[in-house]
Write a protein that binds this ligand. Structure first.
Ligand SMILES: Nc1ncnc2c1ncn2[C@@H]1O[C@H](COP(=O)(O)OP(=O)(O)OP(=O)(O)O)[C@@H](O)[C@H]1O
Ligand SMILES: [Mg+2]
Length: 379
């Protein structure tokens, strides 16, 4: 049911030293499958010709610069290439991008960095494939039936993380029209909100979007909720699907933060979503409520939805297996509690992913990207 259950991202390595380190990192992620380790480019080209992997990781130490650029240009249409090199290889790495490499890894890097970049480039292919099919942005809704579980934190952090690779092409919509917290979480205020967007007639052009969405420093464009909760009722659930359909062509990713209430607007947002992140915290009675909501809402238990467990491990020490039993579902990603750092980030208006926030587990927050971009991200 979760990302780990479907090994759909295949990876091949070109590494003169046998690639054992990368191999064991890849083996630790059950949504990845290592299909070959080549020590020379000819063996890699043969490997790719036999069975093109989703991703190829090429180490700059495996071959001379010219050969690396040739190989990249040759394989670029069959697979997504990641080039791993040293900071001193700067010029070569930027030539590699021009030759068609999808992404770079600069040594020394953490195992999490390797996994994130693999999922990211595999996901880019998915997003691109979806765009080719004319569906536009990937729409991700974030929902928690229980207040304060961390839905807004997950939605805003995900949007900021996605914007690191797609600045200007990521939007977030605060659909918690009464108690919306996206503006507070991102330290943004603005005149215009979703009600202004719905009040306009005629086509949505980029100028109008830039007028109404507020730009966050990360490059995320934010559609705020109304300042006055009374305006909330002016947004009809029927207006949502056409609005999202019109916005899709302007973004690569659109994140929608939802209120806790499971009303018609929430249901409409869940129906238009390509991915649903259901956020829960590890308290067993609350989890049973989440399970009940899931049992009545097909949008929350279909293949597009995944569970994010926030603030785990918890002080009460509830094991993951108990959480999964109470939910009747696998947890796709667990995010630890980062009390002080999250409060500090909120109070100073900086993103949780900003180094200055000092998060101990920023990697877990960044892992949210995997859930929405990877081929294997489907639950
Ligand atoms: N992993 C975490 N570590 C520390 N603090 C967190 C974490 N996740 C969320 N918080 C904090 O918990 C509070 C509630 O989070 P958030 O607003 O994201 O929840 P929500 O589910 O959107 O709640 P609401 O019901 O208000 O919409 C916020 O102050 C947030 O900064
Ligand atoms: Mg919220």
């Amino acid at each position: 049911m979760n990302a780990a259950a479907s090994p759909t991202i295949t990876v091949a390595l070109l590494d003169p030293s046998g690639g054992q380190q990368s191999a064991s990192v890849i083996a630790s992620d059950r949504s990845l499958k290592l299909i070959g380790i080549a020590s020379d480019p000819t063996a890699l080209v043969d490997e790719v010709a036999k069975e093109p992997p989703s991703v190829v990781l090429v180490d700059t130490r495996a071959l001379p610069a010219d050969a690396l650029l040739d190989l990249t240009a040759r394989l670029r249409d069959s697979t997504a290439i990641i080039v791993a090199g040293d900071a001193a290889d700067g010029a070569l790495l930027s030539h590699a991008i021009r030759a068609g490499a999808r992404s770079l890894l600069v040594r020394p890097y953490e195992p999490d960095d390797l996994l994130s970049v693999i999922h990211e480039v595999a996901g880019h292919a998915t997003a691109r494939a979806q765009r080719r099919m004319g569906s536009g942005a990937v729409v991700i809704t974030v929902y928690s039936p229980k207040g304060g579980a961390g839905a807004t934190t997950v939605a805003t952090t995900l949007a900021v993380a996605l914007a690191q690779a797609h600045a200007g092409r990521v939007g977030i919509i605060d659909l918690d029209l009464r108690f919306g917290g996206v503006g507070i979480a991102l330290d943004l205020r603005g005149q215009n909100t979703i009600t202004d967007l719905l009040a306009r007639s005629g086509p949505l052009d980029p100028g109008l979007i830039d007028d109404i969405f507020v730009a966050h420093q990360s490059g995320v464009k934010v559609l705020l909720s109304p300042e006055t909760p009374a305006l909330a009722d002016s947004v009809s659930p029927e207006a949502l699907a056409p609005l999202i359909a019109a916005l899709r062509s302007h973004f690569e990713y659109l994140v929608i933060d939802l209120p806790t209430s499971f009303d018609d607007l929430t249901a409409a947002a869940l129906r238009v979503a390509d991915r649903v992140l259901l956020v829960a915290t590890p308290e067993l009675p609350a989890l049973r409520d989440v399970q009940r909501i899931m049992s009545i809402a097909p949008e929350l238990r279909n293949g597009r939805s995944q569970v994010v467990l926030n603030r785990w491990p918890s002080r009460s020490g509830v094991p993951l297996a108990d959480v999964e039993r109470a939910l009747g579902r696998k947890v796709a990603l667990a995010i630890p509690s980062e009390g002080v750092a999250v409060t500090r980030a909120l109070n100073t208006g900086i993103s949780l992913l900003d180094r200055r926030a000092g998060l101990k587990n920023a990697g877990r927050f960044r892992d949210l990207i995997r859930l929405v971009t990877a081929n294997g991200g489907q639950a």
